[in-house]
Design a protein. Structure first.
Length: 366
């Protein structure tokens, strides 16, 4: 019986020489694609680490992010520029970056918008239209505390931001930003991709009922945005980055050919603007923390491309359990196929992390 060989390869960035550690701040984080940053809440008082609101970023750190992006040569782009590039009407500038803000929180108007105006940064604001101008006294569960009317944007605020020419409004659905019962066991999964299970009848929605529910929700969201802002949204930001082909098809039919994901950080711009990768900004990162995170994702993207092209792709994977640790795991019955994967993986990391040419590693063998 062939002996199963398990190889775990750790790349410890923390053990790199000090000069390499400092490169994180100056890294070209956008290699060859569009960098999209996903923000949520911008507030003055946010704990440096461990804030109850995982997705809150301090106003000071957000301003520092804008400074850092400019210093690194990034060029802010709008959704219009992205669509024009995808349709061949214009080229994007070098190192393009798009800022997005999910959920339509009031802090986008109070804290982020003044900074975007000062820096002349366009942005995309994705609103849950059922939460805009929420009725007094109504609250929704926002994780660490209930959120009410004063926590979300109003249509007047959205109109002011839109009229500035810097902000475009996207749909974050009308009321699909929650989970629904998915099975008899009571598991909850995102409403946008789940055929609801009803315990009383012990049955799921039919495919037709599911499609009708999603279509009606997106149509309400589009109608509300058009009613209050005078134009239809061109992008859908799926809650929890959970979507399927049917949802994208419905969104496209309603005039939203652009959709966003949350996996990855760099997207080559093509004619298909579905599932654009975004980097989720969380845990209130400083400039150094943001640079490290972007650098880590560059390395993960690079090695995952190598894995996807290799015969061992079904038994290999790359993760990063810590900002300064990358792990490549491979399972195979023989050593030789594993080495055939590890060599190009090492070469990909040398190029992505340190812009160094690939050289054959010294491998001890018996």
């Amino acid at each position: 019986m062939a002996r199963i060989l398990r190889l775990i390869v750790l790349l410890l960035l923390a053990a790199s020489p000090p000069a390499l550690a400092q490169q994180a701040i100056h890294l070209d984080a956008a290699d060859n694609g569009l960098l999209i940053l996903s923000y949520h809440d911008i507030r003055d008082q946010v704990a440096a680490k461990g804030d109850a609101d995982t997705y809150a970023v301090s106003t000071q750190n957000f301003a520092a992010h804008l400074d850092w992006l400019g210093a690194q040569g990034y060029h802010p782009v709008s959704l219009s520029q992205l669509i024009d590039a995808a349709q061949g009407r214009a080229a994007l500038p070098p190192k393009p970056v798009l800022l997005t803000f999910d959920d339509g929180l009031r802090s986008v108007y109070d804290k982020a918008f003044p900074l975007l105006q000062a820096y002349r940064y366009p942005a995309l604001v994705a609103v849950i239209t059922d939460y805009v101008d929420m009725a007094p006294g109504r609250t929704i569960d926002y994780g660490y505390r209930p959120f009410g009317r004063d926590d979300f944007l109003t249509w007047a605020q959205l109109k002011q931001m839109h009229d500035s020419g810097l902000i475009e409004v996207a749909s974050h659905t009308d009321d699909l930003h929650h989970g629904v019962i998915a099975n008899p066991q009571g598991n909850s999964t995102p409403a946008a991709i789940t055929r609801i299970y009803t315990p009383a009848t012990r049955s799921h929605e039919t495919a037709a009922q599911y499609e009708q529910r999603v279509r009606a929700d997106l149509a309400r969201s589009v109608q509300r945005i058009e009613q209050h802002l005078g134009l239809r949204p061109r992008a859908i930001v799926w809650p929890y980055a959970a979507y399927n082909q049917l949802g994208n098809d419905i969104a496209g039919q309603l005039g939203m050919p652009v959709s966003f994901d949350l996996e990855g950080r760099s997207t080559p711009v093509t004619g298909d603007l579905h599932g654009l990768a975004r980097f989720l900004v969380s845990d209130n990162p400083t400039v150094e923390g943001l640079a490290y995170e972007l650098r880590r994702d560059v390395a993960l993207d690079a090695v995952r491309r190598v894995i996807d092209a290799h015969p061992l792709r079904l038994s290999a994977g790359a993760t990063s359990p810590h900002p300064q640790v990358l792990v490549l795991r491979v399972l195979a019955p023989l050593v030789e196929p594993v080495l055939e994967l590890l060599r190009p993986a090492r070469a990909a990391w040398r190029q992505a992390l340190w812009q160094m040419d690939a050289v054959a590693p010294r491998v001890w063998a018996t």
